[in-house]
Design a protein around this ligand. Sequence first.
Ligand code: ADP
Ligand code: MG
Length: 346
Amino acid sequence: MATLAPTAPDTDAVAGAPAVRLAGVRRVYGDVVAVAGIDLDIGAGEFFTMLGPSGSGKTTTLRVIAGFERPDAGHVELQGVDVTRVAPSQRAVNTVFQDYALFPHMTVAENVEYGLRIKGIGRRDRRARAEAMLDRVRLPGLGDRKPAQLSGGQRQRVALARAIVNGPPVLLLDEPLGALDLKLRQEMQIFLKALQRDLGITFVYVTHDQEEALTMSDRLAVFNEGRIEQVGTPAEVYEHPQTEFVAGFVGVSNVVERDGRRFTIRPEKIRMTDEGVGDAEPGTVREVVYVGMITRYVVDLDAGGQLVVVRQNLETSSQEALAEQGKRVRLSWRPEHTYEIGKEGK
Ligand code: ADP
Ligand code: MG
């Protein structure tokens, strides 16, 4: 397999600088504040995910990094170099879009070679590198087909090959798996993660799917209304959501209020026992949802409020689980599994 020699070495790159740095980036469309002042450092070689609901500013942020959008305020650095005013084609980043954006009239190989042709690389060299890339994305021998003759998953991998063929230090991916069905998406998640590790380049990955973000990322940023609510590893964000928004968006979480302070607690960290065991909080099971591997319970607490509890169906059948509706139970959890939110006005 060919190695990825960058065709445009960035001679100004500052050793040790973050691959991407956003400082005070803001982008406004008329009355809409798409990105409301973002500061973010993404390390070289990271699989970094921007996670958030639709309209939270992820795509705009990605387009600012790529150079398709100029920020109204703030600046963008790539490897320590300020590129805020540099044209997209002159930036050492490539983008993979959700809709693939392949050229329909070109063959697969011509699509993959495109970036190399623009850079004036000779035909034979181009062909060899395109073939190596098609191997790498597991599409060997399909170079002569037209995009229309491929499945959605195959087209996505052509788009990927096209984006990595010239060895960009940073690859931007905007919901690249959004159009694929669940099984293919899960396969591609594993494949993309392995590819990124293999290539050692920085991935900046946009998704609204929290499970995808938790599965794939080294670190992630949770976006909400044009702002970043939290940055951290999947474990940090999942186990210690810093805001109520993050707690609710990244997995199911419970918010418990005690003595005027608010805490989050994950459903799987709550122990549910029969009434009479210990001095845990008493309640009544209001709802039981059997979901195959797990059962989800909604429990009304006697002291007010409700908690979602999840149990693995180790030896429980669906009938046994469903029979627990209306049952009196007690809930307990370890203090280290709660996390206080709203301390800093969050
Ligand atoms: P996301 O990718 O998280 O769904 P976007 O960055 O696409 O979010 O959009 C953020 C906000 O900016 C949304 O309210 C969207 O409608 C608005 N927006 C994005 N692009 C444009 C545009 N070209 N013109 C006007 N409004 C836009
Ligand atoms: Mg988007």
